[in-house]
Design a binder for this molecule. Structure first.
Ligand code: DGJ
Length: 558
């Protein structure tokens, strides 16, 4: 009897709309990071998700009207996720008075276009500066103190050493996350958050304000000392070298433990930025726990000392300090504009860091970097900066081609990441020396693409991704390369092509275009010479703008 009453009460209330959120519309799973097999991946709607992203210019997401013309282009680009700023000053114009209209409009427009969002919290810091703090924070510099430079002058940067600053930021960020939890439980349009943006001090290696001076002359916090002691054997060489200067002292002031100078100042700032941002992150996750990351303005070639680049930010050489101080931050991400992409990916996958690149370049360079990051380093995604204005011709843009190829095969890529069945290759600058990668029992020799008449006279930048889909069988995609094959295991000495099909994935299903043979698999006509080297002279080629992949079955003989 009681059950019947409950059911009819539910029916009544849901008819008038009261139970609609809890009974009629089941919650979708919360986005999270999960390690499966060989890879840690972003899980969205309960499934692994590859972020094919694009970050908007800083001011675009402040106006729905301004964004109107860009949504169709974003949609047409094959991307699946927009990275967009949310400014503290706009959501909390007066202390404690929140206005989330701009966030709600962004969510609505992203949903209309079937796109996900990663929101960038421009709170206390953006590019190191505090330009995005609300006026009531900026103007009250006695309550919300600034960093003092070496010359004793105030910089327009809120200091991470004063709790009043942290409390104000954390409160606003928590309010934002609470709001997202309320409005985004069904769609999960927002899949990750970036907490602050490219933090660190430009103009000084450390803060010389009163609070900072007191902390700097006090003992290094035990939490940091305990972390360094516990992980001493696996610390990054940069941390170890610095600590070695004091013969691994386990207590003392900052200079006693890390030595005098800029490097010590930088560690001091990294600890304080990391612990501050960790508190902001925790306050946000207490409301709504989705993956949260920080991004780094990297050291540039001309930089000589911390302060030339943002001192205390999550640069590659500070990752130990950030892991110790900000364990609730899920990823430490590089914004890569420098032409040493592969080296930076390598640096940012140390220390068990999961790779995500929130800012980078688009174009043909971006296409190669995307495939390299996801194929070689299990990146959870890639996102060029200024995506909405990067091209006049979205349809024929290299990033569009790359996103369409990757998007149509994202399940295959994600599955291969888990199984460790994927690798990639990227040439930066002129590809002079052939490179070899090994996968699935074969060696793949990757060289600049050339016509059958000989090598191209123009320098080429090539890239390629290889997935081992079955024994002896590979999906290969690339640009400006040719690939030949050799066995990597014991057995018959020569690897030949059993068959090659050109085709593409359409929503995860392989669709064939044509069978390739003859001229299309002969890389070299000097077959006798090749035979003497245990080679076939066969292989595959990719031009610079192919939308087609090649599915290669190999076999061995001697
Ligand atoms: C890096 C910053 O994080 C972005 O917000 C933007 O300012 C770009 N630089 C501009 O290149």
């Amino acid at each position: 009897m009681k059950a019947i009453n409950l059911i009819s009460a539910m029916a009544f209330f849901s008819a008038i709309g009261i139970f609609s959120s809890c009974y009629e519309q089941p919650e979708t799973p919360v986005p999270k990071l999960e390690t499966k097999g060989n890879a840690t991946q972003l899980i969205v709607d309960g499934k692994p998700f590859l972020v094919l992203g694009g970050e908007l210019h800083n001011s675009s997401s402040t106006s729905r009207e301004y964004m109107k013309e860009f949504w169709p282009q974003l949609k047409a680009s094959g991307m699946n996720t927009v990275l967009a700023a949310v400014e503290w000053s706009l959501i909390e114009p007066a202390e404690g008075k929140y206005n989330f209209t701009i966030v709600d409009e962004l969510l609505e427009d992203a949903r209309k276009n079937d796109l996900r969002l990663v929101l960038l919290w421009f709170g206390s810091w953006k590019n190191g500066q505090s330009h995005y703090a609300p006026e009531w924070v900026k103007a009250d510099y006695k309550r919300f103190p600034r960093i003092m430079g070496e010359n004793g002058k105030a910089l327009e940067i809120m200091t991470p050493l004063v709790k009043e600053n942290l409390d104000a930021d954390a409160k606003a960020y928590a309010a934002l996350m609470k709001h997202l939890w309320e409005v985004d439980q069904l769609q999960r349009t927002v899949i990750m958050m970036q907490v602050e943006n490219e933090v660190g001090i430009i103009g000084s290696a450390r803060d010389h304000g009163d609070a900072a001076n007191v902390a700097f002359n006090s003992p290094v916090p035990t939490e940091l000392m305990n972390y360094l002691t516990a992980y001493k054997e696996s610390l990054l060489p940069e941390t170890k070298d610095l600590w070695a200067s004091s013969e691994f002292k386990t207590s003392g002031t900052w200079t006693e433990v890390f030595g005098e100078g800029d490097k010590c100042d930088e560690i001091f700032m990294a600890w304080h930025y990391a612990t501050y941002i960790n508190e902001v992150t925790k306050a946000g996750k207490a409301q709504y726990a989705i993956p949260m990351f920080v991004n780094a303005w990297l050291v540039q070639i001309q930089d000589k000392r911390p302060g030339d680049y943002p001192s205390g930010g999550p640069q590659a050489h500070m990752l130990d300090i950030w892991r110790a101080g900000a364990p609730d931050v899920d990823l430490y991400c590089p914004d890569i504009y420098r032409p040493v992409f592969s080296e930076l990916c390598e640096l940012y996958t140390r220390n068990k860091n999961v790779l995500f690149i929130p800012e980078a370049r688009a174009g043909e360079q971006g296409a190669g970097q995307l495939f390299y990051a996801i194929g070689k380093h299990n990146s959870i995604g890639y996102s060029p900066f200024g995506f909405e204005t990067r091209t006049e011709d979205v349809e024929n843009d290299p990033m569009t081609r790359a996103y369409k190829v990757a998007g149509n095969m994202s399940d295959i890529i994600l599955d291969a990441q888990q199984k460790g069945n994927i690798t990639a290759f990227l040439s930066e600058g002129d590809m002079q020396t052939p490179e070899e990668v090994t996968l699935g029992g074969y060696k793949f020799l990757i060289e600049p693409g050339r016509s059958r008449r000989g090598p191209s006279s123009t320098p080429v930048q090539g890239y390629g991704i290889i997935i081992n889909i079955a024994p002896d069988e590979f999906i290969i995609y690339g640009s400006s390369i040719q690939v030949s094959f050799a066995p990597a295991t014991d057995g018959p000495a020569i690897a030949g092509i059993a068959r090659v099909d050109e085709g593409k994935y359409v929503k995860g299903a392989w669709t064939e275009r044509r069978r390739l043979n003859g001229d299309d698999i002969m890389l070299d006509y000097d077959l006798a010479k090749k035979a003497l080297e245990n080679k076939t002279g066969t292989g595959i080629r990719f031009g610079s703008d192919s939308e087609y992949l090649q599915r290669v079955k190999l076999y061995r003989y001697e």
